[in-house]
Design a protein around this ligand. Structure first.
Ligand code: SF4
Length: 497
C-alpha cells in the first residue's frame, strides 16, 4: 500500500496542499514520504524516510515553490526501505522530466527492466516505480500524455499513479483499478474552509468518456486534487467529483481543466481489502462509506457466527466498526477492553517481523477492570500472520478474561497479494498453513469464526464481479509469474539487504 496525492492549483502554492492531503493518507504507508513540486520551469523533489510530519515540515514546505505538486507516503511492496526507494521518483530523461507517485505493485517488472536501455544499472533504487519512471522519461511521443498512452498498456499489475511534468498533473489507474484514486475540486481559496465534508456530497455524473473530453471550464482560483482516498479531499475542503476509472487517465493542465483519456478497457476489480481493512473509515469507495460498510460486516458476522458472551469489544482501532455492528445485531453490550497508544505504528505495515512484534507490545494495553471474569467477543478485521492476534489473546487472558471468542470481519487470507499489499510470502499467512480450528489453537482463543465471502458482499451490497478477492479465493485477475511470486525484492541482488 501507499498513498498518493496530486495538486493542480493555478496561482497557489501547491506543496502545503499536497502535504496536507498526504498527511490524511498517512495510514497507507509509514516508511517514507515525499513531495515533487513544479514552478513551470523545473521540478524539485524532496523525500526522506519517516512519517509525513517528520519529512515535510513547515520549513521544508516553504522552500518547495510552485502551483503543481504530487506527494507520496510509502509502505514497501517492492524493494527495501531505504532512501533511494522513497517516492516520488524523478527522472530527467532524454525526452522529458517526470515525477511519479505510485500505489500498487507491478507484476512484469523484469520485462520492463529488459526494455530499459542500460537495464538495471541505470536505476539507483530497486522499485518497480523507478523502472516506470525511467521508461516514461525515455518513451517516444510528442509529450507526457502521448508517452503514457503507449507505455501504460505494456505495464501489468496494480497501479494508481500520480504523474507530473513541469506543466501537468496526471492521475492514472490500471485497467483493473485494484487501488483507489479519486478526483476532487479544490475550493476557491484552497485553505481548509468550513464547508460540508466532500464525501457527503453525492458523486456527480461522471465526466464523459472518450477522446480528450474537456471538463467544465476552469474557475479562477480553483484547482484540482487527485488522491487515493476521499478522506484527503475532506481535509482540503475539496469537493468530490468522481473516481478515476480503471484504464483511465485524467490529465489536469491548462487551459482545459481535466481531460479524460481511456488507455485501456475497464475490467474493474477493486481490492476488497480496501473496504475491509485498509482505507480510512471516513473514506468512500464505490459510493460506500467504509465505517458503515465495516459496521454492517459486524452485523452479518453476528448472524453467521453468534457467541454466548458478556461483552463485545474491538481490537482497537481496526475492529471498532465491526464490533459495533456485532454488538447491535447480537444485543450483547459493547465496551472497550483495550486501549491503544496512538503514537505507535500499525503493526501490519511495519516492514519486518521483529518490528511488528515490538509494535504490538508498544501499542496495546488491557483495561483489566473491564475484562476480568468476562466472556468476551473480540472483533478484529483480519488475521494475517496470526502473531498479533495471539499476543492480544494472551494479554486478555493475563488480565483475567474468562473466555475469548474471536470474530473476524473478513474471510481467512489463504493466498498472498501481488497487487500492493505486503503479504507476498504465502508461508507467512497463517490460513495458508492451518484450518480454522488450527488457527484457533495457535492464537489460543476459545472459539474463532471468520466472515464468509458472501457475508462481505451482503454487507457492502455490491456484486462480487467488481472486486478482487484473490487473497481469499486464489482467483488472481492478473496472472502472477512464478518469479514475481517468490519475493518482493525482485530487483535486489542477493545479499544486498
Ligand atoms: S489479492 Fe487481496 S489484498 Fe491483494 S488486491 Fe486482491 S483482494 Fe486486495
Amino acid at each position: 500500500m501507499c498513498g498518493v496525492v496530486g495538486i493542480h492549483a493555478p496561482g497557489q502554492e501547491a506543496a502545503p496542499l499536497a502535504a496536507l492531503g498526504i498527511f490524511a493518507l498517512q495510514h497507507r504507508g509509514q516508511e517514507s514520504a515525499g513531495l515533487a513540486v513544479s514552478d513551470r520551469d523545473g521540478i524539485m523533489v524532496y523525500k526522506d524516510l519517516g512519517l509525513v510530519s517528520q519529512v515535510l515540515d513547515e520549513r521544508r514546505l516553504a522552500s518547495l515553490r510552485g502551483d503543481l505538486a504530487i506527494a507520496h507516503c510509502r509502505y514497501s511492496t517492492t524493494g527495501s526501505t531505504h532512501w533511494e526507494n522513497a517516492q516520488p521518483t524523478f527522472r530527467l530523461g532524454p525526452r522529458r522530466s517526470v515525477a511519479i507517485g505510485h500505489n500498487g505493485n507491478l507484476v512484469n517488472t523484469r520485462e520492463l527492466v529488459a526494455e530499459l536501455p542500460g537495464g538495471r544499472e541505470r536505476l539507483v533504487g530497486t522499485t518497480d516505480t523507478e523502472v516506470l519512471t525511467a521508461l516514461l522519461s525515455d518513451e517516444p511521443g510528442a509529450d507526457l500524455v502521448a508517452a503514457l498512452t503507449t507505455l501504460l498498456p505494456r505495464v501489468s499489475g496494480a497501479y494508481s499513479l500520480v504523474v507530473m511534468d513541469e506543466g501537468r498533473v496526471i492521475g492514472a489507474r490500471d485497467p483493473y483499478g485494484f487501488r483507489p484514486l479519486c478526483l476532487g475540486r479544490l475550493p476557491a481559496e484552497a485553505v481548509v474552509a468550513e464547508r460540508a465534508p466532500a464525501s457527503a456530497v453525492a458523486p456527480s455524473d461522471p465526466l464523459p468518456w472518450g477522446e480528450e473530453v474537456a471538463a467544465p471550464a476552469p474557475v479562477a482560483g480553483r484547482g484540482w486534487v487527485l488522491a487515493s482516498e476521499t478522506a484527503a479531499l475532506d481535509v482540503l475542503g475539496a469537493e468530490y467529483v468522481r473516481d478515476v476509472e480503471p484504464g483511465e487517465m485524467v490529465v489536469i493542465g491548462e487551459p482545459d481543466g481535466p481531460r479524460s483519456i481511456r488507455f485501456a478497457e475497464s475490467h474493474e476489480r477493486l481490492c476488497v481489502f480496501e473496504l475491509i481493512y485498509f482505507a480510512r473509515p471516513d473514506s468512500y469507495l464505490l459510493g460506500r462509506n467504509l465505517y458503515e460498510a465495516r459496521r454492517r460486516m459486524g452485523e452479518v458476522l453476528a448472524r453467521e457466527a453468534p457467541a454466548e458472551a458478556d461483552l463485545v469489544m474491538p481490537v482497537p482501532d481496526t475492529g471498532a466498526p465491526a464490533a459495533a455492528g456485532f454488538a447491535e445485531a447480537s444485543g450483547i453490550p459493547y465496551r472497550d477492553g483495550m486501549v491503544k497508544n496512538r503514537y505507535a505504528g500499525r503493526t501490519f505495515i511495519q516492514p519486518s517481523q521483529s518490528m511488528r512484534q515490538r509494535g504490538v507490545d508498544m501499542k496495546l494495553s488491557v483495561l483489566r477492570e473491564q475484562v476480568r471474569g468476562k466472556r468476551l467477543v473480540v472483533v478484529d478485521d483480519s488475521i494475517v500472520r496470526g502473531t498479533t492476534t495471539r499476543q492480544i489473546v494472551a494479554l486478555l487472558r493475563r488480565a483475567g478474561a474468562a473466555e475469548v471468542h474471536l470474530r473476524i470481519s473478513a474471510p481467512p487470507i489463504h493466498h498472498p497479494c501481488f497487487y500492493g499489499i505486503d503479504t507476498s510470502i504465502e508461508t507467512e499467512l497463517i490460513a495458508s498453513r492451518l484450518d480454522v480450528p488450527g488457527i484457533r489453537d495457535f492464537v489460543g482463543a476459545d472459539s474463532l469464526a471468520f466472515l464468509s465471502i458472501g457475508g462481505v458482499l451482503d454487507a457492502i451490497d455490491l456484486p462480487r464481479s467488481r472486486f478482487c478477492f484473490a487473497c481469499f479465493d486464489g482467483d488472481y485477475p492478473v496472472p502472477v509469474p512464478y518469479d514475481v511470486a517468490s519475493h518482493k525484492f525482485v530487483l535486489e541482488p542477493a545479499g544486498a539487504r
